[in-house]
Write a protein that binds this ligand. Sequence first.
Ligand code: ATP
Ligand code: ZN
Length: 305
Amino acid sequence: MNDMRHVTDEMRLKLAVQKSGRLTEPSLDLLARCGLKLSRGKDQLVGFGENMPLDVLFVRDDDIPDLVQEDVCDLGLVGLNVLEEKRLELASRGHSARFQPLRTLDFGRCRLSLAVPEGTSYEGARSLRGRRVATTYPFLLEKYLRERDIAAEIVTLSGAVEIAPRLGRADLICDLVSTGSTLQANHLREVATVLESHAVLIRTPLDLPPATDEWVQRLLMRIDGVQQVRESKYIMLHAPRGALPEIRRLLPGSESPTIIPLEGCADRVAVHAVCREDVFWETLESLKKAGASAVLVLPVEKMLA
Ligand code: ATP
Ligand code: ZN
């Protein structure tokens, strides 16, 4: 709490988050794991950071790049798909994007894909020649077609892209996909990926006052810590000294483990290690085969490199 003492209102960081959609819950979860306590009245557009000089503005995801680039917000959490579309749109008007990506985040994974109605053949990009492609991402699609030297008609829609072929408005679509169930429900078949996407943390191009910038750095360090521990496990086991090289080889993504002698057992030791990847049953079985016993796998709650 002492950290908050000298922070005046204009020094508070403003972070834009999607108001209601697929990025909202994972974004707020990330901030909570970074230690942010947010007070937010029902339907309020601003959440107040109680223990950090940081407020969250809830907005439409499409507005986030502009809000950050126009310096209304200092930071934003938004999909790469939205960012890249915006970057290309700005370029088409002779402007360059001024928002700066700070971190790739481990949520919001999806891909912008081309999908054709079931029963339609597709033999690579040349099958797109002269076809009508419905999308809400005209600039990303235009770049994809241009890079392949394909002339096709882009039908720009503001939503409900997946029903465009059925309505006769397009021959195929270019839309976001994660599991593919929406495509399946609409009798569409995914045929090519235009962009692999994930959530990104972006910042304003402008310099921030040092005290504010220090909070950006602290937030980044915490985000790195949170992302690292999501998969990380702490492993403890007993092993014969002779099996240590094999056991170290089997521990997934671990740096030097701690080796502790066991009282009254000259040839057995305890091994403690942080594994930066998930530990699966198969790994435990191999460890046991290599001579390990008393194997414990614990989740890691926080990590600071
Ligand atoms: P808004 O009202 O904020 O404009 P929206 O309808 O554009 O909402 P959502 O469908 O909530 O947005 O998706 C927000 C972001 O979530 C997408 O831009 C994308 O980065 C990500 N996302 C992840 N998986 C999917 C998916 N299966 N379909 C669509 N978006 C996805
Ligand atoms: Zn949107």
